[in-house]
Design a protein around this ligand. Structure first.
Ligand SMILES: *Cc1c(COP(=O)(O)O)cnc(C)c1O
Length: 250
């Protein structure tokens, strides 16, 4: 086998293993695994890696760094792929996100919501959005604290070019499944509360390579999986920028 076909076979094995993890976790809590979407987080991975997974039937890909994402979209030029922006959101990224992505998971400010609403091209369907929630008091970390959620949700729900689909969080890294579950349970409770308030949300974007079981136990409808699908990735291009801490969040 050539190197490329070895890589393709490895991707196929990892993909099967992740799907098996999702199925097993869902079964343990009597959930229907087909209601849990797999978002392949392809940040730091080459276009060939995306192509291998695409050949295995994967359609939804998540990216965190705008420039890298746009380059890959252009290289692949495949209108059947669904692109999710999951990285930190800033004002200067809104135009490209509104023009090129189907989903945004990291919306956390009303001003940016207004801007995206203005910039979403009229020929495209509304941008699908999740609000990013943070549970710890890390000033530099993206996301809104839970008590600000009802107001932001009400604001976003009024914007015609955005469609509010749900909530997303990136928990503090932990190997303790009880701690992982507690954070995800909290997000689900916020989600349930918004639904009781009349928001028709259907997406709980929670769970990554290391904790997707905990997320599925607590009701995740979309897991964002990178390294378990693709193997190790190239380092974050922004990590070497001054003032960027913690590196994975910049
Ligand atoms: C990188 C990233 C992931 C995937 O992380 P893995 O541990 O590689 O699965 C998921 N969500 C977000 C927001 C990320 O930045």
């Amino acid at each position: 086998m050539g190197l490329e076909s070895v890589a393709a076979a490895q991707t196929g094995d990892r993909n099967a293993a992740v799907h098996a993890r999702i199925r097993d976790a869902a079964r343990q809590v009597q959930r229907d695994p087909s209601l849990i979407r797999l978002l392949a987080v392809s940040k730091g991975q080459p276009v060939t890696a995306i192509e291998h997974l695409r050949r295995a039937g994967q359609r939804e890909f998540g990216e965190s760094y705008l420039k890298e994402a746009l380059e890959k979209m252009d290289a692949l030029a495949d209108p059947t792929l669904i692109w999710h922006f999951i990285g930190p959101l800033q004002s200067n990224k809104c135009r490209d996100i509104a023009q090129r992505f189907h989903w945004l998971h990291s919306l956390d400010r009303a001003g940016l919501a207004d801007r995206l609403n203005r910039l979403r091209p009229p020929h495209l369907p509304p941008l699908e959005v999740c609000l990013q929630v943070k549970f710890s008091e890390e000033p530099r970390k993206a996301g809104i604290p839970p008590h600000e959620l009802p107001r932001l949700a009400a604001h976003v729900a009024r914007l015609p070019r955005l469609r509010l689909r749900g909530l997303m969080t990136i928990p503090r890294a932990s190997d303790d499944i009880a701690e992982q579950r507690a954070t995800y349970r909290h997000l689900r409770e916020l989600f349930d509360a918004l639904r009781r308030d009349g928001h028709s949300l259907d997406t709980l974007s929670m769970g990554m390579s290391g904790d997707l079981e905990a997320a599925i136990f607590e009701g995740s409808t979309l897991v964002r999986v990178g390294s378990a699908l693709f193997g190790p990735r190239a380092p974050n291009p922004a990590a070497s920028l001054p003032g960027c801490t913690p590196p994975d969040r910049c």
